[in-house]
Design a protein around this ligand. Structure first.
Ligand SMILES: Cc1cc2nc3c(=O)[nH]c(=O)nc-3n(C[C@H](O)[C@H](O)[C@H](O)COP(=O)(O)OP(=O)(O)OC[C@H]3O[C@@H](n4cnc5c(N)ncnc54)[C@H](O)[C@@H]3O)c2cc1C
Ligand SMILES: *[C@@H]1O[C@H](CO)[C@@H](O)[C@H](O)[C@H]1NC(C)=O
Ligand SMILES: *[C@@H]1O[C@H](CO)[C@@H](O)[C@H](O)[C@H]1NC(C)=O
Ligand SMILES: *[C@@H]1O[C@H](CO)[C@@H](O)[C@H](O)[C@H]1NC(C)=O
Ligand SMILES: *[C@@H]1O[C@H](CO)[C@@H](O)[C@H](O)[C@H]1NC(C)=O
Length: 522
């Protein structure tokens, strides 16, 4: 009988886990507490229990060719960066194409996951669920994949802001923020400088009387748009760039990154300049922020010193009066209250995971925490690779990994959520034997080899060979730029204007050269 796997959550991570289970001949049952799939990308007018939340204007910060699943490119007519409703549409297309819905039970919340009494020999789990009628049920599973997301528990450190008790205006966490309308004509303070803070502050600054953005450390802010208007991630995430980055010293790389960012607008002039170097932290991706600063509708402020009623005193001594509302974009923590507390053994009671997936303290690798990472690139292809890898581990195919779960083996541990995009994908792909063989490709299939080396490191690269090989991968790699162009090249444009200037200049150059040589010869 096929091994049964519980998948907790039906966001992008849960869907791809169900699909990978089916690919490996496992029997998945996916529990989703809300009434439909999509997780973060299913916009909700008000936050739901245990779920991540987004604002109406949320667009992706990673482009469609980089963030799609590896055997299911996004429709060619989709824009390069998607509105949340379009990403949801893609997830529905994916679920329909691979027939995933019949394995998903909506309105069913997982209350607890416990080791079964004979866990030591079976590695099985008891999963307690509750449906919308309050009916509780216990199921036995051979393995559990946790896909509950890690943006569902907002962090609101009000104690860090002296005198906040005296503030009588409205306040909320970005988790509750939906629209700018309630803030029309008001004076609003946004706290934090992550991607959400930058989005929300620039959106607010268009309708408010004034918007302030308070940041302790500042940030490097980059645009979605790279050279010639190409999507940023298509130019940055390539194997060739990765190789060059390996050779160059880090401070030179930082200098290049900072130089590029400052060429668009000087981060010092715009009050954004952080203490840290460019590659020390993920840059903020935002196109509107600098424009709003230039218009003066958005003003950057340092850390908050204290609140005195509706007056805010900042650390540099400046004072802003009559602040009507505060939006705290102070981040999230993960919330896996249904998991046994025994697996939280890292520093500060943190989760420590083998290869960012399996808690190494368990005797069996049958509990996977999916997507608990913050890669520099798109997260969906990374979770897909984790799912391909984890389902094989669960099946017992990767015996080398299983050795790590014997008490004697020293597991490499990594509590840090940051992972490097291509190296982490390659590391898992290596164990699966699906990493593209560059040398072989360049010899036998140069057009593809060339694109794998110099082009964007798209997810399709990991479907060229090995288990899970997809016949469409080669073509998908060759047509990346067609799908990038299609949504934009919708108008017949005139030919480039021919210019004689370059020809004239080279003629002039050649003449000078010949004259110089002739003069020397004499
Ligand atoms: C504002 C914002 C913007 C982002 N933009 C991008 C981007 O542009 N590109 C990118 O790559 N990443 C982005 N991310 C990261 C994002 O988290 C991932 O893209 C991804 O969609 C997360 O999917 P997930 O399935 O892991 O989690 P979620 O989408 O949060 O889904 C988790 C699901 O689990 C369900 N659930 C939770 N607990 C239970 C339970 N106990 N029982 C049953 N069901 C449960 C929830 O209802 C939910 O449906 C963004 C994150 C945020 C917060
Ligand atoms: C902001 O409010 C002040 C005082 O009420 C007013 O003078 C000013 O015109 C307003 N500015 C905008 C942009 O609404
Ligand atoms: C991990 O532990 C540290 C303390 O060592 C704590 O500050 C931090 O918040 C913890 N992280 C998570 C995600 O719980
Ligand atoms: C996109 O935004 C989300 C939410 O702030 C963030 O977690 C993710 O790291 C961002 N992606 C990139 C590539 O910066
Ligand atoms: C993976 O496992 C299946 C059966 O579970 C087996 O038939 C197959 O040969 C295994 N493959 C590898 C590469 O070990």
């Amino acid at each position: 009988m096929a091994r049964r796997v519980a998948v907790i959550g039906a966001g992008s991570s849960g869907l791809v886990c169900v699909k990978c289970c089916l690919d490996e001949g496992l029997a998945p049952v996916c529990f989703e507490s809300s009434d439909d799939i999509g997780g973060l990308w299913r916009f909700k007018e008000s936050p739901e229990q245990d779920s991540s939340a987004s604002y109406r204007s949320l667009f992706t910060n990673t482009s469609k060719e980089m963030m799609c699943f590896s055997d299911f490119p996004m429709p060619a007519h989709f824009p390069n960066y998607l509105h949340n409703s379009q990403l949801l549409q893609y997830l529905h297309l994916y679920a329909a194409h691979f027939n995933l819905l019949k394995h998903i039970r909506c309105q069913t919340t997982v209350l607890s996951v416990k080791q079964s009494p004979d866990f030591a020999c079976s590695g099985q789990w008891e999963v307690l669920t509750e449906n919308s009628d309050g009916f509780q049920e216990t199921h036995i599973f051979d393995a559990v994949l946790v896909c509950a997301g890690h943006y569902s528990k907002p962090v609101l450190p009000l104690k860090d802001f002296p005198g906040f008790k005296t503030f009588k205006g409205q306040y909320c966490h970005s988790y509750q923020y939906k629209d700018p309308d309630p803030y029309k004509g008001k004076k609003v303070l946004v706290v934090g400088i992550g991607n959400s803070a930058a989005d929300i502050a620039s959106e607010l600054s268009r309708v408010t009387n004034k918007t302030f953005l308070s940041t302790r450390q500042g940030a490097w802010v980059v645009s979605r748009m790279s050279r010639k208007g190409h999507p940023l991630d298509l130019t940055v995430f390539s194997r060739f760039v990765e190789l060059v980055a390996l050779i160059l010293p880090r401070h030179l790389l930082n200098w290049i990154g900072e130089e590029k960012a400052n060429q668009r607008y000087n981060h010092r002039l715009y009050g954004l300049m952080p203490k840290h170097r460019f590659f020390d932290q993920r840059p903020v991706i935002n196109d509107d922020l600098p424009g709003c600063i230039l218009l003066g509708t958005l003003v950057i402020k340092p850390n908050i010193g204290e609140f005195q009623g509706s007056t805010v005193v900042f650390e540099d001594g400046t004072i802003e009066e009559q602040i009507d509302a505060v939006v705290f974009c102070t981040g999230y923590n993960y919330n896996f209250h249904f998991l046994p507390s025994s697996i939280f053994t890292g520093p500060g009671h943190n989760l420590t995971l083998y290869n960012h997936v399996f808690p190494p303290t368990l005797q069996h690798p049958t509990l996977g925490i999916m997507g608990l990472i913050e890669p520099w690139g798109p997260i969906m292809p990374v979770v897909e690779m984790q799912a391909r890898w984890a389902t094989r581990v669960i099946k017992g195919n990767l015996s080398k990994i299983l050795l790590c779960f014997s008490p004697r083996c020293n597991c490499p541990k990594n509590a840090d959520l940051q992972v490097e995009y291509i190296p982490y994908l390659d590391q898992l792909a290596n164990q699966l034997r699906v990493r593209p063989n560059l040398f072989w490709l360049l010899l036998t299939d140069p057009p593809v080899g060339f694109r794998v080396l110099f082009g964007p490191c798209t997810p399709y690269q990991y479907r060229l060979r090995g288990p899970g090989k997809w016949a469409g991968a080669r073509n998908a790699i060759l047509t990346v730029w067609d799908r990038v162009e299609q949504p934009m090249m919708v108008r017949v444009v005139p030919e480039d204007h021919p210019s004689r200037l370059p020809a004239l200049l080279s003629l002039f150059g050649v003449t000078v050269l010949i004259t110089a040589l002739y003069a020397r010869g004499r």
